[in-house]
Design a protein around this ligand. Structure first.
Ligand code: NAP
Length: 243
């Protein structure tokens, strides 16, 4: 990592939205700490794209739900904490509520809420000492509207939006801005197996979003242009939900 460039940690960045955010922030001038859980080959490919944008990239494989692993992996970052933290790691395990098993419920709550908690609480005290930082939590339309078959996921994402609002108020005086971005249907592996043609008809813009279109919003929220914005949730959803 260079001493002169700001740094950003993006969780769940081996593919999909997290990968697009990592590459966009690299293009914006950030060096990147790239977290992922298991897909090392894919993470290496994203790291190449980050480096092609002129940034440094350090791979940080850990499971965000494992508090001890999070602390151990992030300890070396604490002297110079990243300016940006993007809590993006996540997955869905859909099932109608009446048929939802324990694992589907707890694993989805775990990755989105405990993952956010584990990573953020490790970095936050150092960010507060530096009196600067941006925290972006990747929520979902499902956390704003609810969605059949996604009670677990909707609960997790609604919880993340609530945590965003509370944390934003707590740390505003330390010049740390905390916002959420709520994507609608975005073309990633997460959509595999869904009835895409049916879903597209429900999107006013008539198509799914691209990961880069979520990354543009994150890019703005991490920029100097967004210094008076905190505690908000920004939808990137093709109009499928209007608040
Ligand atoms: P994706 O393509 O499936 O990528 C998920 C990423 O999260 C991967 O890098 C994966 O790492 C990582 N990950 C999963 N569990 C993890 C864990 N326990 N610890 C660390 N990393 C973990 O998903 P995506 O569609 O880009 O979704 C990214 C975020 O956007 C998620 O929070 C999701 O809920 C949200 N979102 C997505 C959509 C959509 O339509 N795609 C809509 C709204 C919100 P490995 O693959 O290396 O294991």
């Amino acid at each position: 990592m260079s001493d002169s460039r700001p740094t950003a940690l993006v969780t769940g960045a081996s593919k999909g939205i997290g990968a697009a955010i990592a590459v966009q922030l690299a293009q914006d001038g950030f060096d990147i700490f790239l977290n992922y859980r298991s897909d090392h080959n894919q993470a290496e490919r994203v790291a190449e794209q980050v480096k092609a944008a002129g940034a440094s990239c350090a791979l940080l494989p850990f499971d965000v739900t494992d508090g001890e692993a999070v602390e151990a992996q992030l300890a070396p970052l604490l002297d110079t904490p990243p300016f940006v933290l993007v809590n993006n790691a996540g997955f869905a395990a859909d099932s109608l509520f009446g048929m939802m098993d324990d694992t589907s419920w707890t694993s989805v709550i775990d990755v989105h809420l405990n993952g956010f908690f584990n990573v953020t609480r490790t970095l936050l005290p150092r960010m507060m000492r530096k009196r600067k930082g941006r925290i972006i939590n990747i929520a979902s339309t499902a956390g704003q509207t609810g969605n059949p078959g996604q009670a677990n996921y909707s609960a997790a994402k609604a919880g993340l939006i609530g945590a965003t609002k509370s944390l934003a108020v707590e740390v505003a005086k330390r010049n740390i801005l905390v916002n959420a971005v709520a994507p609608g249907f975005i073309e990633t592996e997460m959509l595999e197996g869904l009835p895409v043609d049916e879903i597209k008809k429900r999107v006013p813009l008539g198509r799914f979003g691209k990961p880069e279109e979520v990354a543009y919003m994150v890019s703005f929220l991490c920029s100097d242009k967004a210094q008076y914005i905190t505690g908000q949730t920004f939808s990137v959803n093709g109009g499928i939900f209007t608040s």
